[in-house]
Design a protein. Structure first.
Ligand SMILES: Nc1ccc(Br)nc1
Length: 448
């Protein structure tokens, strides 16, 4: 009851709970717009892909790290007009802090490198697989989250770092059955563009914004790109210089254009030479139009693409030697890549390379009567302690159990029956050979 000066309390949980289900308006059971659920069959495929990411990270001797999906918005405030910063999933938390669901991993990794400071010895080779977010108006109906495998090398200024990262990507493709005839990796260096701007006396501060604009090549018209460059303050001569250099189709043409002393040329020659020794030359090719869309790259950049040109970039990355100073700290040379979980699966589907990731269980334990629930538990427990996966089934007819066993690819069916139990035995049915044995209870677990 309430006195006159007490506000009428809202309907309390009990009332809500006692309301008949039919009176509640049903909640929407779909996940939030642009996000995905992973039911078992999708989760098995995702785990299969991530296990491959982990295996390549292992053979490259990278260490796994992780970061919060929630980050300070300050980590991603950049002025270069990147799509990624224009689509921040940002908000103010209950403490009034400006936070984001991270759109990428690299800034978090840089933050941890800074935080760990002198306590870690360089070089660092870190990897992670993490969910990244963007808030895009759903007009385009694109996803708002995806998982990215990130590999980063911190503290190596030599081209070895880029060569190692590309090796990881190539090994991953080969491990998944993808061939160099299916996929290529375009390689260039932002130092090419940087030099063109210098030759046209363009201010250094325009560099990042120019790269972000030029990255739209192939996505928007050339006219739009030229217009954006002009409005960013690039002179018409510099725009022509950019257009000319981006159309050069070979490293030798770049060398002719910039001169063989250019750092960009030396870097790229070194990378292609190392590629020969790694044995992955057939996977990479120079393409001056590759700049990638992140503001902080300053050197070699690369991206993998399907040669049929049906899909978006499969992965991409590059050198970012000057990221840490944008956070107010001393720079440390770094490079890395991000590899999303979506395009690769589209490619594998296209190439009919998706695996059959079926559910597998070792044993089904079936008590044949109610009062055998305990004995069945004892059997299951002993099997599980031996590391066998066990599915205890109750209240199901044998016909259903055999169907279920086939669906989950069970190896054995263990029937716990009264008569046998009284004699200290159970029935073990090998579902592949159909062989049936009576086995002593304490020998079931050791029987493989
Ligand atoms: N950066 C980013 C985040 C989320 C998705 Br989906 N795509 C790109």
């Amino acid at each position: 009851t309430t006195t006159s000066n007490e506000a009428q309390l809202p309907v309390c949980d009990d009332d809500e709970a006692t309301m008949a289900a039919s009176e509640r308006s049903p909640i929407d059971v779909n996940p939030p717009r642009g996000t995905r659920d992973f039911p078992p069959e999708d989760m098995r495929l995702r785990n299969w892909l991530f296990d491959n990411f982990r295996e390549i990270s292992r053979v490259l001797s990278f260490e796994e790290v992780d970061f919060p999906v929630l980050e300070s918005e300050a980590l991603f405030i950049r002025k270069a007009g990147e799509e990624i910063t224009q689509q921040l999933y940002n908000f103010e938390d209950k403490g009034g802090r400006r936070v984001v669901l991270r759109p990428e991993i690299t800034p978090s990794l840089a933050r941890l490198v800074i935080k760990q400071g002198k306590s870690v010895s360089l070089p660092l080779k870190w990897f992670t697989i993490g969910q990244c977010w963007r808030y895009e108006r759903m007009t385009r109906g694109r996803r708002r989250e995806h998982y990215q495998w990130n590999m980063d090398i911190i503290g190596i200024s030599k081209i070895r770092a880029e060569a190692e990262l590309i090796h990881a990507i190539v090994l991953l493709f080969e491990r998944l059955g993808i061939k160099s005839s299916d996929v290529g990796i375009k390689v260039s260096s932002r130092k090419v563009l940087e030099r063109v701007l210098q030759l046209h006396s363009m201010p250094e501060k325009l560099f990042a914004e120019v790269c972000v604009i030029v990255d739209k090549l192939g996505k928007v018209t050339r006219e739009e790109i030229e217009k954006d460059l002009i409005s960013a303050g690039v002179s018409t001569q510099a725009v022509q210089g950019i257009v000319e250099v981006l159309s050069l189709k070979s490293l030798s043409k770049i060398e002719e254009f910039l001169g063989s002393e250019e750092e960009a040329v030396a870097d790229l020659k070194k990378l292609f030479s190392l590629a020969e020794h790694y044995g992955y030359s057939q996977w990479i090719n120079f393409d001056a139009s590759v700049v990638r869309g992140l503001a902080y790259y300053n050197g070699i950049v690369f991206e993998a693409f399907d040669r049929e040109g049906k899909l978006r970039a499969i992965c991409g990355g590059g050198r970012y030697d000057r990221l840490l100073s944008t956070f107010g700290y001393d720079d440390i040379p770094a490079c890395g890549f991000g590899f999303g979980d979506a395009v690769i699966l589209e490619l594998l589907k296209e190439k009919d390379l998706l695996p059959d990731v079926l559910r597998h269980v070792d044993d089904i334990v079936l008590p044949l009567d109610e009062e055998l629930a305990g004995p069945a538990s004892k059997i299951a427990s002993s099997l599980r302690k031996e590391g066998r996966s066990v599915d205890i089934i109750e209240d199901k007819r044998l016909k259903w159990v055999f169907k279920h066993a086939e669906k989950i690819n069970a190896k054995r069916l263990i029937l716990v029956g009264n008569t046998e139990w009284q004699r200290g035995m159970v029935i073990v049915k090998n579902l592949a050979s159909r062989e049936e044995l009576q086995v002593k209870i304490d020998e079931v677990a050791s029987l493989s």
